[in-house]
Design a protein around this ligand. Structure first.
Ligand code: CA
Length: 319
C-alpha cells in the first residue's frame, strides 16, 4: 500500500464538509483497530493489533484498561454469556480470552498451514456468529480468506482470494452483508442468509481507487448508510450502499484512520480508531495524536454492536 496523500490535500477536500473528529483518548496505539461498543457496560473495547493487546475504555471515567494477549489481535467481541470473557481473532485463529485470569483458549485455527497469515478485522451478526478474515502479514499476496465461527463453535470458510480482510457490516434488514478488501480497494455486497449465515451473489458496490487512501474498518448507521475509515486517507466517509454514492466525510487529524463504531447511551457518538504504524518521525510530528481514539457526533443514530452467542447444548450450563 503505497498510495499516500498529504494532510493538507485531504484537509482542503474534506473541509468542504466542515466536519472534524475530536481527540478523545491519546491511546498511543501502534495499530488501533476494531472499536466495539458494549451497551450494558457503556464501555468501548478496541484492539492494538501490533501492540498485541485489546483495551476496555470507559468514556465517563476515562479509565483505559489494557489486556495483553501476547500475539496479534485483529478483533475483539464480547461473549453474551460471560461478562469476563471475550472472543478474539488472533494470529492463530479464534480464541477465547478470560479477562480475570488472562487465560487464552483456542477455539478454531482454520489456517494452521498458513504461517505467514494472521487474522484481522471481525464482527458478529445479530445471531451472534463471529465473522473474521485473514491477511498475509507482509501484505504482498492474496492469501486471505473470510471465516465465520458459528455459535456451535464450528468454523467455516466463506470467501477466499482475499487480500486484506477488513470492515464488515450488515444492512438493516440483514439481507446483505457488506465487506471490505483493503488490498483490492473494494466494498462488496453479498446476499446474506441470516438463518444459515451464508453469503452469495457478490457485487462490488464501492470502488476506492479514486478515493484518498484505502478502505479499512466500517460500520452502518440507523439510516442504512455505511461509515468507512480511510487508511492513509485522513478521514471517515459516509456512503449510500444502494447507489455507491459518497455522501460526506469527517476529517481525522491522523493519516491512518482505521475503523469506526457507534456508541454512547444514545448511539450518537462515532468512535474512530487510528494508527501510528509505518509513519515516519517527520510525518508523526504533524499528527501527534496518531494512535489515538477520536469521536465525532453525526446527526444520525448508529446501530448496536453484537456479542458472540455461544450455543449451549443440552445438559451443559451456560457458565
Ligand atoms: Ca482494519
Amino acid at each position: 500500500m503505497d498510495q499516500m496523500v498529504t494532510q493538507a490535500e485531504v484537509r482542503d477536500r474534506v473541509r468542504a464538509f466542515a466536519q472534524e473528529a475530536d481527540l478523545l483518548l491519546d491511546a498511543k496505539t501502534i495499530l488501533g483497530e476494531g472499536p466495539y461498543w458494549h451497551a450494558e457496560q457503556q464501555k468501548l473495547y478496541y484492539v492494538d493489533i501490533a501492540g498485541e493487546m485489546f483495551c476496555r475504555f470507559d468514556p465517563i471515567t476515562m479509565q483505559n484498561e489494557q489486556f495483553l494477549v501476547g500475539k496479534t489481535v485483529g478483533a475483539v467481541v464480547c461473549d453474551a454469556s460471560d461478562s469476563d470473557v471475550v472472543i478474539v481473532s488472533t494470529r492463530d485463529g479464534f480464541e477465547r480470552y478470560h479477562m480475570g485470569t488472562g487465560t487464552l483458549t483456542l477455539l478454531a485455527d482454520p489456517e494452521a498451514d498458513l504461517l505467514g497469515n494472521r487474522f484481522n478485522d471481525g464482527k458478529c451478526d445479530s445471531k451472534g456468529r463471529f465473522f473474521a478474515g485473514t491477511m498475509q502479514h507482509v501484505e504482498a499476496d492474496v492469501t486471505g480468506s473470510l471465516y465465520v465461527l458459528d455459535t456451535d463453535g464450528q468454523c467455516r470458510k466463506l470467501v477466499d482470494d482475499v487480500g486484506v480482510s477488513n470492515g464488515i457490516a450488515w444492512s438493516l434488514d440483514e439481507k446483505q452483508m457488506y465487506y471490505i478488501d483493503s488490498m483490492k480497494q473494494t466494498v462488496t455486497a453479498f446476499d446474506y442468509d441470516v438463518a444459515n449465515g451464508t453469503l452469495s451473489n457478490p457485487q462490488i458496490i464501492i470502488d476506492f481507487h479514486k478515493e484518498d487512501g484505502f478502505p479499512d474498518g466500517m460500520t452502518i448507521d440507523s439510516e442504512g448508510m455505511l461509515w468507512i475509515a480511510h487508511w492513509d486517507g485522513w478521514q471517515v466517509s459516509r456512503w449510500d450502499p444502494r447507489t455507491g454514492t459518497k455522501l460526506g466525510a469527517v476529517y481525522v487529524p491522523v493519516a491512518k484512520a482505521s475503523s469506526c463504531a457507534f456508541g454512547g447511551d444514545d448511539l450518537m457518538t462515532l468512535y474512530i480508531t487510528t494508527a501510528s504504524i509505518g509513519t515516519s518521525p517527520s510525518a508523526l510530528a504533524l499528527q501527534p495524536h496518531a494512535g489515538g481514539i477520536f469521536t465525532y457526533h453525526p446527526c444520525v443514530k448508529g446501530t448496536t454492536t453484537n456479542p458472540y452467542r455461544r450455543a449451549v447444548s443440552k445438559g451443559e450450563s451456560a457458565s
